[in-house]
Design a binder for this molecule. Structure first.
Ligand SMILES: C[S@@+](CC[C@H](N)C(=O)[O-])C[C@H]1O[C@@H](n2cnc3c(N)ncnc32)[C@H](O)[C@@H]1O
Length: 146
C-alpha cells in the first residue's frame, strides 16, 4: 500500500529522503536540481533515478553525483516514465519536487502518474498549495475504492 507524504519545507523534504528510504529501494526523484536531495537518497537506496529538466541544473547535478555509482541522472521531464521503465519495472519510493510554489496540478499529475504505474511504497511531494488544501480538510468521504 502506498503512503504519501506532503511537505513544503525543503529541509524536511531532504530529511525524509534519508528517513524513508531503505537499503534495497529503487527510488525515482523528479526535480533533482543541483542534487541536494539526490545525494541523501543515494546514501540508503540501491538505485536512484533522478530527473532534472533544466540543462543548466542538470550539469550541476551530474557533477555533484559523478562519483556515486547508484545514481542515474536524466535531463528529461519527470513525466517520461518510459525512461524509468527502460531501467526498472519496480519503484519503491518517489520524491517529487518541481518547486514548492509550483502549480498543484503539476505535482498532482506526477503523483498520479507514478502511483498508477508503480504503486510505490512511499511518495513524497513538495508543494505549498497542496499542503494548504490538506491542512484545511475537515473530512474525507470516499464511497468507492480509490
Ligand atoms: C525546487 S527545485 C528542487 C530542489 C531539490 N528538491 C533540492 O532538495 O534541492 C525544482 C527543480 O525541478 C525541476 N523541474 C521542474 N519541473 C520538472 C519536470 N517536469 N521534470 C523534471 N524536472 C523538473 C526544475 O528545473 C528545478 O530545478
Amino acid at each position: 500500500m502506498t503512503r504519501s507524504y506532503l511537505v513544503f519545507d525543503v529541509g524536511r523534504y531532504r530529511e525524509l529522503a534519508e528517513e524513508l528510504v531503505k537499503p534495497e529501494d529503487i527510488v525515482v526523484e523528479v526535480g533533482a536540481a543541483a542534487g541536494d536531495t539526490t545525494v541523501r537518497l543515494a546514501r540508503n537506496a540501491r538505485l536512484v533515478i533522478a530527473f532534472e529538466k533544466s540543462e543548466e541544473m542538470f550539469e550541476r547535478l551530474r557533477e555533484r553525483v559523478r562519483d556515486l555509482d547508484n545514481v542515474i541522472v536524466l535531463c528529461e521531464d519527470g513525466f517520461e516514465l518510459g525512461e524509468v521503465l527502460k531501467r526498472t519495472e519496480r519503484v519503491d519510493a518517489v520524491f517529487i519536487d518541481v518547486g514548492g510554489g509550483a502549480q498543484p496540478r503539476l505535482a498532482l499529475a506526477l503523483w498520479e502518474a507514478y502511483y498508477s504505474r508503480f504503486r510505490p511504497r512511499v511518495i513524497v511531494v513538495r508543494n505549498r498549495r497542496l499542503c494548504r488544501l490538506i491542512e484545511t480538510v475537515e473530512r474525507v468521504e470516499c464511497d468507492e475504492e480509490v
